[in-house]
Design a protein around this ligand. Structure first.
Ligand code: SAH
Length: 625
């Protein structure tokens, strides 16, 4: 869409990327022509936006189908139109009102959970004006409890007490929180050990304390960490399944709202009652083949279940497998046509140091080198692992994280050994992290881990025996194809280098490794020609090592056949590490610079320019600026 002419100009310098992509696409209504021009401007920076001439019947028709509405007209019209449509803050969409000169961007409804405050701020920032936000927490610069709960995956149970607890936060500027989960708290929230004295309780337990001396109006928030294993006879009604699940949870003082997912045997994954129950509450459903269920140790065999399904048992092993935990929270309970077992999700820290059931394999990216650029998930997974496997140079970057752990490290060319070892250890029940620099799925270990697992699985199938001597010793019956594997992404060198250089990857780019250890050099040259001739920005990994100094100059020569000599080239050595070096050169000068194996080089496309010491590839906004 084109921009309207007479209004304030975009402020693209402040926010150079389409950061609204994570918000709902708004429906924008206008009445006058002036409002239409503004509507088009907003639509221009709002991916997926629709612009409509205002009609109240159209608003009503779209109300339940869209998550964000922007009205460019008098507030009175909007209030009268949406009044009969409003339900509650849990489900209402974001509603924004602007005057047609864009003096005010009002967050009218759905400020927190609807995302209206965020959307109003974003639109106002793009238009260079101020948002009008009236929610008390924002005005007082205090956290919004509902938004914080939502962002941390917590389900609000006691909506009726929320306004009172929120008012307490406004008045006292602090709250006491009792939490059984590892959740980061805003500074205004203090951890409270005694649940009776807490304003907010984060717990899977239905009630923590039966007491007369509790704080009044406690707010219960539910972490979604329960996995419910379900077995049932064919054609069991969804309502019966739900009744049994509810009863079992209640009898064990567990909250229904804490359910994260359902687990069952593969042949029940299409059972109408199970599907209907899962769909009713939006619970994900995971299913496992009988062989995998039977590999779970310590489960009592039920002859009837075995006859019907080939599995010794269903509900309990399914819950354990899906949760990754060793012991059930609630062992198998049978009632009528349904069996139910409950387990706590593994990330909640209920795994013992060494699993006797199944291990886990994490392939973890630790980013380019500084501790700040390691994701919280990577950190957590490493901290929880028994064994760390990796190349010394990467392990040296994270001494604090791996202190006191069993380490299996080898030099660079021993990837295959490292991988086999990691798989072997995970199959005997250890939690193993294989560490890669940057992202584990980019020129790193993730692919090799899967290739190793695949070839071990093949051996397992053909021999019918556990894959390795180690697992034979342990008597493990787990096939490599059943091992739980999580790839934990990291910031890759291309992200790190690009951020240091400016914004060189704003348009299509190709990444090429110059290492010919596993790829024939002829193929690398072919790809260099293809990428350079097709106009891609080109990222070179592994540009140079002692053994192959001439490869980089050959690459520069090839790219030079298609690009002008003044094409910007960014050189980043040791990004986010001590001694980092960032240089912007061009095609004619790049060979004068020191390039080694810690370096990533980015070659611009025909539009890439250098401004103010930054290398920038335009996305195409210039015509709009
Ligand atoms: N998995 C890694 C890439 C491994 S290949 C990742 O996603 O980043 C190794 C190559 O990555 C190096 O030769 C270098 O080209 C690049 N590289 C890795 N870390 C880097 C850093 N901190 N700064 C610049 N380049 C880096």
């Amino acid at each position: 869409m084109s921009t309207g002419g007479d209004l304030n100009s975009y402020d693209l310098n402040r926010k150079p990327v389409d950061i609204r992509t994570h918000m709902a696409a708004p429906v924008i209504f206008h009445i006058t022509d002036k409002a239409l021009a503004l509507a088009k401007r907003i639509a221009d920076f709002s991916p997926g936006a629709e612009v409509w001439k205002f009609e109240s019947s159209l608003v009503a028709a779209l109300w339940a189908k869209r998550r964000a509405f922007v009205f460019i007209m008098a507030t009175g019209i909007v209030v009268r139109t949406i009044a009969p449509l409003l339900k509650d803050k849990k489900t209402d969409p974001a509603v924004i009102v602007l005057d047609e000169k864009a003096h005010h961007v009002i967050s009218l409804v759905g400020g927190h959970l609807g995302g209206a405050n965020e959307l109003a701020r974003e639109i106002a920032s793009r238009l260079g004006t101020e948002p009008v936000i009236t929610t008390a927490s924002d005005v007082n610069n205090l956290p919004s409890i509902d938004l914080w709960a939502k962002n941390n995956g917590l389900v609000i149970e006691t909506w009726d007490t929320l306004p009172r607890v929120a008012a307490r936060l406004m008045n006292e500027e602090s709250l006491r929180v009792y939490s059984e989960s590892d959740i980061a708290l805003p500074v205004e929230f203090a951890l409270e050990k005694d649940p009776r004295h807490a304003d907010i309780l984060i717990t899977k337990k239905q009630r923590v304390e039966i007491c007369g001396s509790c704080v009044k109006d406690q707010l219960y928030l539910r972490p979604r960490n329960l996995v419910v294993g379900i077995g049932c006879n064919s054609d069991t009604e969804a309502s019966e399944i739900e009744d049994v699940v509810r009863t079992v949870l209640l009898e064990h003082n567990l909250s229904f709202l804490a359910i994260h997912l359902l687990a069952t045997i593969d042949i029940k994954a299409a059972e109408p009652g199970v599907l209907e129950f899962a769909a009713k509450y939006g619970f994900p459903l995971r299913s496992f083949p009988a062989r995998q269920l039977n590999a779970v140790r310590g489960i009592k065999k039920s002859e009837a279940v075995f006859q019907a399904t080939g599995a010794n048992a269903v509900a309990e092993p399914a819950a354990l497998l899906a949760s990754g935990s060793i012991n059930p929270l609630v062992p198998k309970q049978k009632s009528g046509n349904v069996t139910v077992a409950v387990a706590l999700e593994e990330s909640e820290g209920n795994q013992p140091e060494t699993g006797r059931q199944s291990g886990r394999l994490f392939v973890v990216g630790i980013g380019p080198g500084s501790s700040e650029h390691i994701t919280p998930r990577a950190r957590r997974v490493i901290e929880k692992s028994d064994i760390i496997v990796g190349y010394d140079t990467y392990l040296d970057l994270i001494p604090d994280l791996i202190a006191g752990k069993e380490i299996f490290s080898t030099g660079m060319t021993k990837e295959i050994d490292r991988c086999r070892k990691a798989v072997e250890l995970a199959l005997i029940g250890k939690k193993v992290s294989v560490i890669s620099g940057g992202d584990p799925g980019i020129y790193a270990m993730a692919g090799l881990v899967f290739e190793t697992l695949r070839s071990e699985a093949l051996k397992f199938q053909t021999s019918g025996l556990p894959h390795s001597r180690a697992s034979e010793l342990q008597g493990s019956a787990l096939s490599p194809s059943e091992l739980s594997v999580e790839i934990v992404p990291g910031i890759s060198a291309l992200n790190a280098a690009a951020s240091r250089l400016g914004a060189p990857l704003m348009h299509d780019f190709a990444s090429i490794s110059l290492s010919d250890r596993l790829t024939p050099w002829e193929l690398i040259e072919k790809r260099l020609h293809a990428a350079a001739s097709a106009g891609f920005v080109i990222v070179l990994y592994n540009p140079k090592s002692k053994g192959r100094v001439e490869h980089f100059s050959r690459a520069v020569e090839i790219i030079g056949k298609y690009r002008k000599s003044e094409t910007p080239v960014g050189i980043v050595k040791g990004a986010m590490r001590a001694g980092e070096q960032v240089t912007i050169s061009d095609l004619s000068g790049v060979l004068d610079h020191d390039i080694d194996m810690q370096t990533t080089v980015i070659f611009g496309n025909s539009k890439t320019f250098v401004w103010n010491g930054r290398m920038i590839t335009p996305r195409g906004y210039e015509s709009k600026l």
